[in-house]
Design a protein around this ligand. Structure first.
Ligand SMILES: [Cu+2]
Length: 130
């Protein structure tokens, strides 16, 4: 005996193996949204004469997309000095986006580089956390 029951046992083992593979595949499947993608933070910057109002003062390290809206009567821009990242010049009523990647935590000084606007108050600090 033994030899006649082998094929059956083998088939059963194969079925179990395939079943386990399916379970493993299902367990390792993670929907795209919950995968650990690099975090992107969105910050709105409203500009007036003469100040820039950020929707948040603190962001986690990573990519930040600044949505800049000029609510003033003069053209303005938004610049992160330390990283030499400056938005396009934004006309009154206009908007622009600026994508900046902050790799290190710290304090990042931002300014409007137009004329003497920084001296009139268009500056501040954005805190980047780990
Ligand atoms: Cu300005």
């Amino acid at each position: 005996m033994g030899t006649s029951s082998r094929p059956g046992r083998f088939r059963r083992a194969a079925v179990v193996a395939v079943g386990l593979c399916l379970v493993a595949a299902a367990a390792s499947y993670v929907p795209a949204q919950s995968r650990a993608a690099p975090a992107v933070t969105r910050v709105t910057v409203k500009m007036f004469e003469y100040r820039s109002a950020l929707s948040v003062r603190k962001v986690p390290a990573g990519t930040v997309i600044f949505s800049i809206v000029n609510k003033g009567q003069l053209a303005h821009d938004f610049s992160i000095e330390k990283l030499q990242k400056t938005s396009a010049l934004v006309q009154p009523g206009g908007h622009a986006t600026l994508k900046v990647t902050f790799r290190k935590a710290g304090s990042y000084y931002y300014v409007c580089t137009v004329g003497a606007h920084v001296q009139y108050g268009m500056h501040g600090n954005l805190t980047v956390t780990k």
